[in-house]
Ligand binder design. Structure first.
Ligand code: NAG
Ligand code: NAG
Length: 494
């Protein structure tokens, strides 16, 4: 998920916003407006104490940190699941990133509960700067965390259909770290190079998995990461660089890929869902042309990217101000944890802080500056990347038969399904006409209609019903069937 808004840009945005809101009646922001702005800033958790993993420990710097096997302490094995712990390998560890000063990338790896011949999947959470552990323990990993911080099996973990990697990236996210601030990343070229280096190190260690089908998956800001990484791998494969990676597809849930179309879609989604009205909220709608113009300029002029970010976020914050206390990741729900992105994921932070867990993972001796699920400095460092259009990575992949699945929970405002459908329809490729004209079919799980789906050639779009931003959390069974059928090429039955 996204850690939402950056510090300074947000403050500027909010001040601009409150000036706008207030100025019809008063000449300057009132105390009340400032208070509200501060409340909103706090609600996005913008002042963490020690926010990024830069370590200064010589002993750790020189240590060889590699993969080790571990068993989570406190795993409760319910009788409903007959898996024996001894059957399961759970490696976790670090790979040093080759083209970096000192970056070490942390990952969990879970072998398939079904067959080692299942595809290899890499999962990327968004942010930028959110640990993939959030997805691991709340969405599609093998375990959920109980209230007493023991674990229970997730019957719909994606490890039932794949060998799956959960990676903390970019550097500074989660347990990934460096001793050198120059390893903090700013754009997709840097991010995808690091992930490529990570995968090369992984395959070096696991040559037996290099022949498995390989899929890139993720959500939210992975709408940027996944196309960039897929393209990086595809180019490397063609250039005979490194170990060949058997890339078969990429899947993105509620992603941000084409900001120009997706920021316009905020208005459509908000109107359709009656969060705002066309007659009363023209001042929000009127921001759109400037936002679009700045996003366009950002594609070639770096300084325009920050302007675009502040201007376009006014659309989002404007809608939120009108809509009241909604969870922008799931508009059916109130924003419950106001000081931390609406959802309460503190169980992950608490679990990963347990001494027993850190010992099991072999990281007990590393003193992190932070062990938070989302890092704001990593987010801030990527701000100029936010408005970059990552759609152009996709057509060359489709033309080569690499499958692309864009799916979206219908109640997410943040990177909503409408915006995703718009960019997918607008994307020029040889199958564009066929895709736009393709039938909208119902998607059925357990005899129930759980979504709508359209597909043409290698491209599939799916709208998932009764789900918000985090589809595997809201609809675990649907998400497992979706990914399983998509990987085995039988998602649309016509
Ligand atoms: C667990 O084992 C029992 C007895 O062998 C069997 O009846 C049951 O179906 C199994 N459950 C699962 C989830 O495989
Ligand atoms: C497909 O049709 C359903 C039912 O009318 C609708 O809710 C859904 O939004 C449509 N999906 C797409 C991708 O247009």
């Amino acid at each position: 998920m996204a850690s939402t808004l950056g510090h300074n840009a947000l403050l500027v945005t909010l001040l601009a916003l409150f000036v706008k809101l207030c100025c019809a009646t008063t000449p300057s922001p009132t105390d009340y407006a400032i208070q509200q702005a501060e409340k909103l800033v706090n609600s996005f958790n913008l002042s963490p104490k020690k926010p990024v993993n830069i370590i200064h420990d010589e002993a750790v710097k020189s240590a060889e940190l590699v993969e080790s096997r571990f068993t989570f302490p406190g795993l409760v094995d319910p009788p409903s699941s007959n898996a024996s712990l001894a059957d399961l390998g759970h490696p976790a560890g670090y790979y040093p990133i080759k083209h970096s000063y000192d970056a070490k990338m942390f990952y969990f790896f879970f072998e398939s509960r079904a067959s080692k011949a299942d595809p290899l999947v890499i999962w990327l959470s968004g942010g930028p700067g959110c640990s993939s552990s959030v997805a691991l323990f709340y969405e599609n990993g093998p375990f959920y965390i109980n209230n007493d911080l023991t674990l229970r099996w997730n019957d719909y973990g994606w490890d039932k259909a794949s060998n799956i990697l959960f990676v903390d990236q970019p550097t500074g996210t989660g347990f990934s770290y460096s001793s050198d601030k120059l390893d903090i990343r700013h754009n997709e070229a840097e991010v995808s190079n690091d992930l490529y280096d990570f995968l090369q190190a992984f395959f070096q260690d696991h040559p037996e998995l290099a022949n498995n089908d390989f899929y890139i998956t993720g959500e939210s800001y992975a709408g940027h990461y996944a196309p960039a990484l897929a393209s990086r791998i595809n180019e490397a494969n063609k250039g005979m660089e490194g170990i060949h990676i058997n890339l078969k597809g990429l899947a993105i849930g509620n992603g941000l890929t084409n900001p120009e179309l997706q920021y316009q879609a905020y208005i459509d989604f908000a109107l359709d869902n009656k969060l705002i009205s066309r007659s009363k909220h023209t001042w929000i709608i009127d921001i759109v042309p400037q936002c679009v113009e700045q996003i366009r300029r950002c594609q070639t002029e770096e300084p325009a990217c920050r302007d675009a970010f502040s201007t376009c976020f006014e659309i989002f914050t404007g809608i939120l101000n009108v809509a009241g206390n909604i969870n922008y990741y799931d508009i059916r729900k109130p924003c419950e944890k106001k000081d931390d992105g609406c959802y309460d994921f503190s169980k992950v932070d608490n679990f990963l802080r347990l001494g027993t867990v850190r010992e099991a993972l072999g990281i007990g001796h590393i003193k992190f500056d932070s062990a938070k699920s989302c890092s704001d400095p990593v987010y801030d460092a990527m701000l100029n990347d936010w408005m970059k259009d990552c759609q152009p990575f996709v057509p060359p992949l489709l033309e080569e038969g690499i499958k692309v699945l864009i799916y979206a929970g219908e109640y997410d405002l943040f990177f909503n399904w409408l915006g995703n459908l718009k960019w997918v329809n607008a994307m020029p490729w040889s199958g564009q006409k066929g895709f736009v004209a393709a039938n909208n079919n119902s998607y059925i799980v357990g005899g129930k209609e759980v979504g709508s789906i359209k597909s043409f050639g290698s491209l599939t779009f799916m709208k998932v019903y009764n789900a918000g931003h985090l589809v595997p959390m809201d609809q675990p069974e649907v998400s497992l069937q979706m990914i399983k059928e998509w990987m085995s090429a039988s998602l649309v039955k016509v």
